[in-house]
Design a protein around this ligand. Structure first.
Ligand SMILES: [Zn+2]
Length: 254
C-alpha cells in the first residue's frame, strides 16, 4: 500500500500569513481534505496533525521520515503582492517534480490560476525549504492562494472551497503514484442477531414471498443474520446457518 505524508503548514502560535484569512486555518482545512480523500482510496495516510497546534518543522520532518512515505505534501497559502497557486519541488527534479506538475494540473482544473511549478535554491546550493531538503522522500510545498489578496481569497474563503484544493492535491498525488481515483468500498459488518417474535416463521429460499418455503421456525429463538435486503418494503434476513431467508418484521434485533 502506498504511503503519503500530509502536513498543514504553521499552526498554534505560528499563524503563518495573515490577511483576509489566517493562513494556518486554511492550510489545515486543505490538508484534512487531502488526507480524507486519499484515505478513502488505496492510501495509507499520515496527517501530521488534524487540529490546530504547535508543531515544529523539525518534529514534522522527523515524523515524516519515520513514517517513510512515498511522497510528502505540505499545505501552505501565500501573502505579499500576488495571486494564484504555486508549488515547490526539489532542485533534483524526479518524482517530486512530477508530483508538483500533476498537482498544478489539478489546481488549474478547479479554476485557480497558477504562478508555476518552482524550485528555490538556498545559500549552500541545496534546496532552500527544509521540508523539501530534509525529508527523505519526494516532497512538495503547495501555496494555494494569497490570503491577503481580496480577489484571490475568494478561491479559499469557505470550508467547501478549501476542500476543493485539498482534493485537487490528492488527485495529483494519486496520479503520481499511479493509483486509480476510485473509492475503495469496505462492506460494513452486517452480521447481527434477531429474536423471532412470530410463533411460526417461514424460512424461504430467497428474500421475498415468491421464494419457496423450505422450513419453519417455531421456537421464538435467536438467529444470526449475515445479509439483509428490502423487498417490497419488507426487510428480509439471510440466516447464517444457510437454511434460507426470513422476514425480519417478525423479529426484533438484539
Ligand atoms: Zn506558509
Amino acid at each position: 500500500m502506498s504511503k503519503v505524508f500530509i502536513s498543514p503548514g504553521h499552526g498554534g502560535s505560528d499563524t503563518g500569513a495573515v490577511g483576509f484569512l489566517v493562513e494556518k486555518d486554511v492550510n489545515l482545512k486543505m490538508a484534512k481534505a487531502c488526507a480524507d480523500y486519499l484515505s478513502a482510496r488505496e492510501i495509507d495516510v499520515l496527517l501530521s496533525r488534524n487540529v490546530d497546534g504547535n508543531e515544529s518543522l523539525n518534529e514534522k520532518i522527523s515524523e515524516c521520515n519515520a513514517f517513510n512515505p512515498d511522497v510528502a505534501v505540505e499545505c501552505h497559502n501565500n501573502a505579499g503582492n500576488g495571486n494564484g497557486f504555486e508549488v515547490y519541488h526539489s532542485i533534483v527534479g524526479g518524482v517530486g517534480k512530477t508530483l508538483a506538475q500533476n498537482i498544478e494540473k489539478e489546481i488549474i482544473n478547479i479554476g485557480q490560476n497558477s504562478r508555476g511549478v518552482k524550485t528555490r535554491v538556498g545559500a549552500s546550493g541545496t534546496d532552500y525549504f527544509a521540508f523539501i531538503r530534509q525529508t527523505s522522500c519526494p516532497a512538495v510545498i503547495c501555496e494555494g492562494a494569497f490570503v491577503d489578496n481580496a480577489e484571490d481569497v475568494k478561491m479559499i474563503d469557505s470550508d467547501e472551497k478549501c476542500k476543493r484544493f485539498g482534493e485537487a492535491y490528492a488527485r495529483g498525488i494519486l496520479k503520481t503514484l499511479g493509483i486509480k481515483d476510485e473509492v475503495i468500498k469496505v462492506e460494513p459488518q452486517k452480521v447481527y442477531l434477531v429474536k423471532v417474535t412470530a410463533d411460526g416463521l417461514n424460512i424461504r429460499t430467497g428474500p421475498g414471498t415468491n421464494y419457496a418455503v423450505v422450513g419453519l421456525i417455531t421456537d421464538n429463538g435467536v438467529y444470526t443474520i449475515v445479509e439483509d435486503k428490502i423487498i417490497s418494503g419488507i426487510k428480509w434476513g439471510k440466516l447464517k446457518s444457510g437454511a434460507g431467508w426470513i422476514a425480519l418484521n417478525y423479529t426484533t434485533k438484539i
